[in-house]
Design a protein around this ligand. Sequence first.
Ligand SMILES: Cc1cc2nc3c(=O)[nH]c(=O)nc-3n(C[C@H](O)[C@H](O)[C@H](O)COP(=O)(O)OP(=O)(O)OC[C@H]3O[C@@H](n4cnc5c(N)ncnc54)[C@H](O)[C@@H]3O)c2cc1C
Length: 395
Amino acid sequence: MTRQTADIVVLGLGAMGSATLFQLASRGADVLGIDQFYPPHEFGSSHGETRVTRLAVAEGTALAPLVKRSHEVWKELEGRTGESLFGQVGFLAVSSEPWQPGAADYVARTRAVAERSGVRHELINAVEARRRYPWLNVAEGDRVYFEPEGGYLHPERCVATQLRRATEAGARLALGTRVEAILPRGEHVEIRSDKGTIQAGRVVVSAGAWAGRLLGPHVSALLRPTREILHWYDLEPSAPAEWGRAPVYIWSYGHGAEEGFYGFPAKDGTVKLAHGEKTRAVDPDDFDRSSEEAESRAFYARSIDGRLKGLRVDASRRKTCLYTVSPDGGFVIDDWPESERVLIVSPCSGHGFKHSAAIGEAVSQRLLDGASRIDLSSFKLSRFGDRQRRIGASR
Ligand SMILES: Cc1cc2nc3c(=O)[nH]c(=O)nc-3n(C[C@H](O)[C@H](O)[C@H](O)COP(=O)(O)OP(=O)(O)OC[C@H]3O[C@@H](n4cnc5c(N)ncnc54)[C@H](O)[C@@H]3O)c2cc1C
């Protein structure tokens, strides 16, 4: 590639970029997708076999229409392609946080969103929860919420399927192409890459943990990449058989950021578990992607021991992954302050995959129709107000 043009360039083809490229190409747009790697890959935020999805997201009611629409898109895609993308096995929320005056626990917050958004759910007492899920060691007084429409997504398959559908609909791809600069030039945007220059009418920056460095100090100050770990634990031979039919689950047992975990049903004799750490800030181009057995043991001892039954602590594998954390834990979907031809699309803070299909569709509507059907105004940069200016000015 030396010099190319496109009406729209999608820069970064992970969860967000693949969904956006697919939606734009399906509507006949002249669109080019660029990625420095060959997605799906293991260097960003969209790998690791599974992602939790649920309709009542405790992160807020503004997200409910996005995840609802995403479920519809994943199912439509499954119908058209025959790919298995979405395991709708149900979702369990468990709260064993000690009571704190004025603080609603995780189940109470999830339930409030479910009720406001009309999401089907039930509350289960500890005796019933232990009967249905013998691998779940809930105690008297723990709160348990079940949502039948939750489940898990296969992130790599979602990315690959959307990219394939996009190219079938006419999208062009420039893979193994690293963008070095985005330069607004009045009537177009110039994109400089290690393979040449691209002239675009509009650009969607869905570069995940790398977005900040492409978008300058005011934006990069708000997008902090962190190192996260996924752990796989083998089942003991005596583990309850129900592990294979488990729903996905999130268990909150304290008020600190470390005091919770989430997990998936057993597959091929192993169970994947993790928690969002959000503490170890890293440079996405230069950090240690290896991980130690000791990290899995420490996580097991702190979070899993006594809560889940039938798992071996000594036989695990791990993968590292990147979050992009914003100051309020919310997403950034907004015009770049330097040019309204450039749209930033970052589902930040470790909970974006489940919303990505609908965000891709909403972004395509915004670019092609002038506005999206689902309201994206909660994701504007201006909500960071002075903080954004202050951080930018101090750099
Ligand atoms: C461990 C972990 C667990 C998670 N669990 C959940 C969950 O259970 N449920 C949920 O909903 N969400 C979850 N998330 C969050 C979700 O996966 C992310 O929000 C989502 O994957 C982010 O996608 P993205 O497209 O923004 O980033 P990415 O998938 O990282 O894509 C960015 C792409 O941009 C490319 N790129 C970057 N810079 C350049 C450049 N200069 N030139 C060319 N290409 C470039 C990269 O190569 C990459 O392919 C989890 C995330 C992690 C890390």
